[in-house]
Write a protein that binds this ligand. Structure first.
Ligand code: CIR
Length: 259
C-alpha cells in the first residue's frame, strides 16, 4: 500500500526567517534565495498532483515555514501538535485553522506534552515516533495513544542521545513498499526489522530526509549517489535545492504537510 496525497499546506519563509532556531545548519540564510527554493518546492508538489494551501508568513514565527512540526495529518484524523521549542509553540494555532477546513476530526495534544511533527514518520499503518530534544516522552506516549485509538500502530524511538539528529526524520524516511531510508545513529533497540533498509552513503546524510509524494520522491539536490540509489530501486527522484533551509536545520519534509 502506498498512501496517495491530494493536498498540502505550506507557509513561505517571511522577513524574519533568518532569526529562526539553528544549531547544526550554521544560519545566515538568504531570504530571496529561500523564496526561490520554496517556489520550486511548491511547483514540485503541484507536479506530483497536489493542490496547495499556502499560508501567509507571520513575522512572529521565524520558523513558521517548517509547517510539518505543527501537525500530524493521518488518513483518519488530524492531530495538532505542541512544538517543543517555546518560540514555536504558537505556530500551531494558525495551522489548526487551516487544517480545520479539511478534516472532520481535529485532535490536540495536551500541555505540557510536546511533539514536533518532524519526529513522526508514518509507514503505512505504523507510526514511528522519535523522543527527541523537541518531542517529550509524555508527548510521544500521548500521540501513540491517540494513533492507537485511531486504529494505527505506534513505536517510540529514543534519539535523545543522537549527536546528529534534530528530529527522527532528519535521518529517516519511509519510501513506501516496506522500504525505510535510514541514516544517522538510531538506537540499537529500535526494532525496524519489518522494513527493508535503504542506506545512505557517508557524506550524504542530509538526503535521508526525502519525501515520497505519489509517483515521485522529493530529494535534496546535490546528493547524486542517493538519487541513483532511488532510481535503481525504481523510484523517480525529483531533486530540489534546499541550501537556505538547511542553514536553518530544515529538511525537505518539514516544508509541507501532505494529506
Ligand atoms: C527548528 O529548529 O525548529 C527549525 N529551525 C527547523 C525545523 C526543521 N523541522 C524539521 O526538520 N521537521
Amino acid at each position: 500500500m502506498t498512501i496517495r496525497f491530494s493536498r498540502a499546506i505550506l507557509r513561505r519563509p517571511g522577513p524574519t526567517f533568518a532569526e529562526g532556531l539553528n544549531v547544526v545548519g550554521g544560519g545566515g540564510p538568504d531570504l530571496a534565495r529561500a523564496l526561490v527554493q520554496h517556489q520550486a518546492y511548491e511547483r514540485a508538489l503541484e507536479a506530483c498532483g497536489l493542490v496547495l494551501t499556502v499560508l501567509a508568513a507571520d513575522d512572529h514565527y521565524p520558523d513558521g515555514t517548517f509547517v510539518e512540526d505543527t501537525a500530524v495529518l493521518t488518513q483518519r484524523a488530524a492531530i495538532v501538535t505542541r512544538p517543543g521549542a517555546p518560540s514555536r509553540l504558537g505556530e500551531a494555532e494558525s495551522i489548526e485553522r487551516a487544517v480545520d477546513g479539511f478534516y472532520p476530526t481535529v485532535l490536540r495534544l495536551n500541555a505540557p506534552s510536546t511533539v514536533d511533527g518532524g519526529d513522526v514518520c508514518q509507514c503505512d499503518d505504523l507510526f514511528l515516533i522519535g523522543v527527541s530534544q523537541r518531542t517529550s516522552e509524555a508527548g510521544a506516549n500521548e500521540l501513540a495513544g491517540i494513533l492507537k485509538d485511531l486504529g494505527y500502530r505506534a513505536m517510540l524511538i529514543d534519539i535523545r542521545a543522537s549527536r546528529t539528529l534534530l528530529h527522527l526524520k532528519t535521518g529517516l524516511s519511509y519510501l513506501g513498499e516496506g522500504r525505510l531510508v535510514v541514516a544517522g545513529d538510531l538506537p540499537p533497540e529500535a526494532n525496524l526489522s519489518e522494513f527493508e533498509r535503504v542506506a545512505v552513503d557517508k557524506g550524504e546524510g542530509y538526503a535521508a530526509n526525502c519525501v515520497r509524494v505519489n509517483d515521485r520522491v522529493l530529494v535534496a539536490a546535490g546528493f547524486p549517489r542517493f538519487a541513483e540509489r532511488l532510481s535503481s530501486l525504481g523510484y523517480d527522484p525529483l531533486p530540489l535545492e534546499m541550501s537556505e533551509f538547511r542553514k536553518m536545520d530544515g529538511g525537505l519534509s518539514c516544508l509541507s504537510l501532505r494529506f
